[in-house]
Every structure is written in structure tokens, then in C-alpha cells.
Design a protein. Structure first.
Ligand code: PMP
Length: 282
């Protein structure tokens, strides 16, 4: 297995990271995850663009062009012969004597990327998952794909301790997003999802789903909804790079619809599958 360390493909043993790396001490960095299907990266341009946008929002300058980064990720995947799985990458502001403010002298950002082989979670796609309401205690810049994930970590842990797969986070009454996913409800043939404000991550899978809704003729309202409205939805699902379109069949003790994946959700799953096939055939 090789890992990308800055611009070099190396063995893990060769990597040395500073104890004063600002990513390690402050979570001062950003990341991305890209899904690999049949050795190809899905929505790679969108993920690379968002990586640069997140960097920009925290005033971190990535020392490579987008094309160079794309090529490096491609080489990493090829070197590790990944067929199905994902590539994780992050960049931190680098190492400097510990102080909150940005270093005054130029520091080199530290970039790491590695691949993970793995199967898609077909059982979740088929059966759906349970979720738990968790108060959204995160900061007000959830649009940045930052390494500061403590709020998300605590939300997921709370959900999993309760035997649920995902948290349905809400700020007061308003449902925002999952701990690592976007959320959607369908009521009377209309799909509702939180608008892409500072309170959620503008998911790449969410963008794909928005276009699939047009394709399958499902009207979309990018409007927030309440927890009460959430449990009264006919269908509910989550999306992310790894979860794709995963039905949510229960939130807390409330069954959604019949307590099984809904028909529109099934259509979206099929349409999503077709997008993957578009990538892998040619
Ligand atoms: N929201 C949060 C908080 C996430 O961590 C993720 C997964 N990275 C998503 C939404 C979904 O984003 P994407 O579809 O780009 O994976």
C-alpha cells in the first residue's frame, strides 16, 4: 500500500508528521472523500473543486493545481490497484510553534491521501437504516469540509449508542443534516431538503440527487422542515459519497411511511445506479 505524502507516493513507514501540525492540534485543515467504482473516481471534478473552495474559506493555499492533484489521486489509485473503494485526502495548514493565529512565517501545508478498498453497503440500500434525532451543536460554518468533526463525531456516537446508523441533526426544530450525510423527506410527491446555507455541507451526492429528481420527475423544494414534519414524511433518506441513497425507515420510535424504503427512494437509487454505470462503461 502506498500513500500520497505531499507530492510523493511513499510507504506509510516513511511518513513523518509533526506533533505541532495544526491539523493535529487545531483541526486546522480540510478533507474530501471520493468514491471509486471500477477503478474510476465518481464526480471527481466536483470533489476537487469543493476541496479548493473549502481551502479558500479557511485561507489555506493548496500548493498544487487542480489538474496536478487529479493526476496524483489517479496515480495513487492505480498504484494501489483499487477497484471498488474510496480515496481520502486532507490538507492541513502545516507545522508551526503552537499558537492559535495563523503562522506569520510561511509554513508548508501538509497533504495526505490514501485509498481504502471496500464493498458498497448493499444491505443498507436494500433494507434501509434507523436514525436518531440529535441536537445539532456544531459551529456555524458547516459548509466548510473541515477536519474539525467533533460535533459530527458526538452526533454519530449518540446515534450508534442507541442502535441507530445515523443521526438526524436539528437546530431547535429545524432538521439540518446527518452526522456525515445530507437528509431528505418526501411528502405527497415532493422532495424536501435543507437549502445549502452555512448550516449544512453542500454534498456532492446531494447535487447528483437534485439532477436525478429532474430526470425522474420528482419535484424538489430546497426548504427546511421541522422534526415533526420529518416523522410525518412518506419517505425519508440520507445521502453521501459512501451511503449513496440510503433509505431511513425509522427515526427514534417513529416509523417513516410503512417502515420500509419508499417508491421514490427506490427510483432515485435506480437512477443513481445508472449514473455509476455511465461512469464505468467508457
Ligand atoms: N454532510 C456532512 C456533514 C458530511 O460529512 C457529508 C459526507 N462528507 C455529507 C453531508 C455528504 O457529502 P457528500 O455527498 O459530498 O459525500
Amino acid at each position: 500500500t502506498t500513500i500520497l505524502w505531499n507530492d510523493r507516493l511513499v510507504k506509510e513507514e516513511e511518513i513523518h508528521l509533526s506533533v505541532e501540525d495544526r491539523g493535529y492540534q487545531f483541526g486546522d485543515g480540510i478533507y474530501e472523500v471520493i468514491k471509486i467504482y471500477s477503478s474510476l473516481m465518481f464526480t471527481v471534478t466536483e470533489h476537487i473543486d469543493r476541496f479548493y473552495e473549502s481551502a479558500d474559506k479557511i485561507k489555506l493555499v493548496i500548493p498544487y493545481t487542480k489538474d496536478v492533484l487529479h493526476k496524483m489521486l489517479y496515480d495513487l489509485i492505480e498504484d494501489n490497484q483499487i477497484v471498488d473503494g474510496h480515496v481520502y485526502f486532507q490538507i492541513t495548514r502545516g507545522s508551526s510553534p503552537r499558537a492559535h493565529a495563523f503562522p506569520t512565517t510561511a509554513t508548508e501545508p501538509v497533504f495526505i491521501a490514501y485509498t481504502v478498498a471496500g464493498e458498497r453497503p448493499f444491505e443498507h440500500f436494500e433494507q434501509g437504516v434507523k436514525a436518531k434525532f440529535v441536537e445539532d451543536i456544531r459551529w456555524l460554518r458547516c459548509d466548510i469540509k473541515s477536519l474539525n468533526l467533533l460535533g459530527n463525531v458526538l452526533a454519530k456516537e449518540t446515534a450508534q449508542q442507541a442502535g441507530c446508523f445515523e443521526a438526524v441533526q436539528h437546530r431547535g426544530d429545524i432538521v439540518t443534516e446527518g452526522s456525515s450525510s445530507n437528509l431528505y423527506g418526501i411528502k405527497d410527491g415532493v422532495l424536501y431538503t435543507h437549502p445549502t446555507t452555512n448550516l449544512i455541507l453542500n454534498g456532492i451526492t446531494r447535487r447528483v440527487i437534485m439532477s436525478l429528481c429532474v430526470e425522474i420527475g420528482l419535484p424538489v423544494k430546497e426548504e427546511s422542515f421541522t422534526t415533526d414534519q420529518a416523522v410525518a414524511m412518506d419517505e425519508f433518506f440520507m445521502s453521501s459519497t459512501s451511503a449513496e441513497v440510503t433509505p431511513i425507515i425509522q427515526i427514534d420510535d417513529y416509523k417513516i411511511g410503512k417502515g420500509t424504503p419508499g417508491e421514490w427512494t427506490r427510483k432515485l437509487q435506480a437512477a443513481f445506479e445508472a449514473r455509476i454505470q455511465q461512469l464505468v462503461t467508457f
